[in-house]
Design a protein around this ligand. Structure first.
Ligand SMILES: Nc1ncnc2c1ncn2[C@@H]1O[C@H](COP(=O)(O)OP(=O)(O)O)[C@@H](O)[C@H]1O
Ligand SMILES: [Mg+2]
Length: 329
C-alpha cells in the first residue's frame, strides 16, 4: 500500500460521440501528501481534462466518457463519493481568477459560503475571524478591506489569492491548481506559487500544479508528470527530470526553459511542430513525428519503462548520465 491520497488508475477520457477520439489515454498517477506534483505539457496535451477528472468534473460532462478509476486513500470513487469530497478534502483553483469570483457578492460572503459548505453553520464572528485568518494566510495585508470588496475592485493577483483562500477554506487534503498564475504578472506569479508550495509543506497537503511552464515546475515540483497528446510520457522525481530526463519530449520541453542551474544541455534540440489534435493523433508513439530519435519501432506505442523514481514511455530514451560517461571511456 502506498501513501497516495489520490491515485488515477488507467484513466481514459474519450468523446461520447466518437469513442476512438481520446483526450486522455490510459493515465495512471499517484499523488502523495506533502508533495507538489507538477503536471506539464504543451497547450492541448490534456492537462485540464486530467485535472478536472481528478476533481470528478469530467465525469459529469455528457460529451465525454471516462474509463478507469480515481481512487481516494486507495478506494475507488463513485459519483456520489466524489461529490462529497469536493469542497472538503479536494479543492481546485482555476485559471481565471477574476471570472471565478461572483461579481455580485463581496469576498466575505463568498468565503462565508465556502466555509459553511465545508464546516456547516458557524457563527458570524467566528466566520469573520476565520476569513481574516485565511486572507492573511494567503498574504493579503489588509483583510478587512478585501473582505468588503467585490471582484472588480481587486487586482488579478488579489483575486487569485482570494480564490486560493476559498480553496483552502475547507482545509483540503489535495489542492488542484490549474495554471493558477497564467493571467498574472511575473512577480505576483512567483508570490502565489511560493505561497502554494509553503502551504503544501505547512499543511502536509498534496498539490497538483498544472502548468505549461517547466520553469515553474523547476521552482516548485517534488515530482513532474509530463503529458503529451493525452498520454503520460514521463513521471519522475524533480531531480531526475531536471538533470537526466529520459524521454525526448521532456528533454525538448526542458530545452525551451533557460534554467539557471545545472549543466548546459548541448544534446538537445527544441521541439518543432505542435501537439496533434485528439481527432488526428498519429498511430504508435504520438510524439514520433516530432522526435529526433524516432525509429521504425516508434510506429508501435511503447510500454511504460519502470526505473527507481521514474517511469517513461519511449523506445529510444536518452541514456542515464552514468551511461553517457561509460560510453566515453
Ligand atoms: N469537453 C470536451 N469535449 C471535447 N473536447 C475537449 C473537451 N475538453 C477538452 N477537449 C479537447 O481535449 C484536448 C486537451 O484539452 P485540455 O485538457 O484543455 O488541454 P491543456 O489543458 O493541456 O491545454 C484539446 O484538444 C481540447 O480541445
Ligand atoms: Mg488547460
Amino acid at each position: 500500500m502506498n501513501n497516495a491520497v489520490l491515485s488515477l488508475s488507467g484513466i481514459t477520457v474519450s468523446l461520447a460521440q466518437d469513442r476512438s477520439t481520446q483526450l486522455v489515454e490510459n493515465v495512471s498517477l499517484d499523488v502523495e501528501r506533502g508533495q507538489v506534483v507538477c503536471l506539464v505539457g504543451e497547450s492541448g496535451s490534456g492537462k485540464s481534462v486530467l485535472a478536472r477528472t481528478m476533481m470528478g468534473l469530467t465525469q459529469l460532462d455528457r460529451g465525454v466518457v471516462v474509463e478507469g478509476d480515481v481512487l481516494w486513500d486507495g478506494i475507488p470513487l463513485g459519483r456520489r463519493s466524489h461529490e462529497k469530497l469536493r469542497g472538503r478534502d479536494l479543492s481546485m483553483v482555476f485559471q481565471e481568477p477574476v471570472g471565478s469570483l461572483d461579481p455580485l457578492f463581496t469576498v466575505e460572503s463568498q468565503l462565508s459560503e465556502a466555509l459553511r459548505r465545508a464546516h456547516g453553520r458557524i457563527g458570524l464572528s467566528e466566520t469573520r475571524r476565520r476569513i481574516r485568518e485565511l486572507l492573511s494566510e494567503v498574504g493579503i495585508p489588509d483583510p478587512d478591506r478585501v473582505m468588503r470588496s467585490y471582484a472588480h475592485q481587486l487586482s488579478g493577483g488579489m483575486c487569485q489569492r482570494v480564490m486560493i483562500a476559498g480553496a483552502l477554506a475547507c482545509e483540503p487534503k489535495l489542492l488542484i491548481a490549474d495554471e493558477p498564475t497564467t493571467a498574472l504578472d511575473v512577480t505576483v506569479q512567483a508570490q502565489i506559487l511560493d505561497l502554494i508550495a509553503r502551504l503544501c509543506k505547512e499543511r502536509d497537503m498534496a498539490v497538483i500544479l498544472v502548468t505549461h511552464d517547466l520553469g515553474v515546475a523547476a521552482r516548485l515540483a517534488d515530482r513532474v508528470a509530463v503529458l503529451y497528446s493525452g498520454q503520460l510520457v514521463e513521471d519522475a522525481g524533480s531531480d531526475k527530470t531536471f538533470t537526466s530526463a529520459r524521454h525526448p519530449y521532456t528533454r525538448g520541453l526542458l530545452d525551451c526553459v533557460p534554467l539557471m542551474t545545472g549543466p548546459r544541455r548541448t544534446l538537445l534540440t527544441t521541439v518543432e511542430g505542435s501537439v496533434p489534435d485528439p481527432t488526428n493523433r498519429p498511430s504508435g508513439c504520438p510524439f514520433s513525428p516530432r522526435c529526433a530519435r524516432a525509429t521504425s519501432k516508434c510506429e508501435e506505442m511503447p510500454a511504460m519503462n519502470q526505473e527507481p523514481e521514474r517511469r517513461f514511455a519511449c523506445w529510444n530514451p536518452y541514456p542515464e548520465p552514468a551511461d553517457i560517461a561509460g560510453s566515453l571511456v
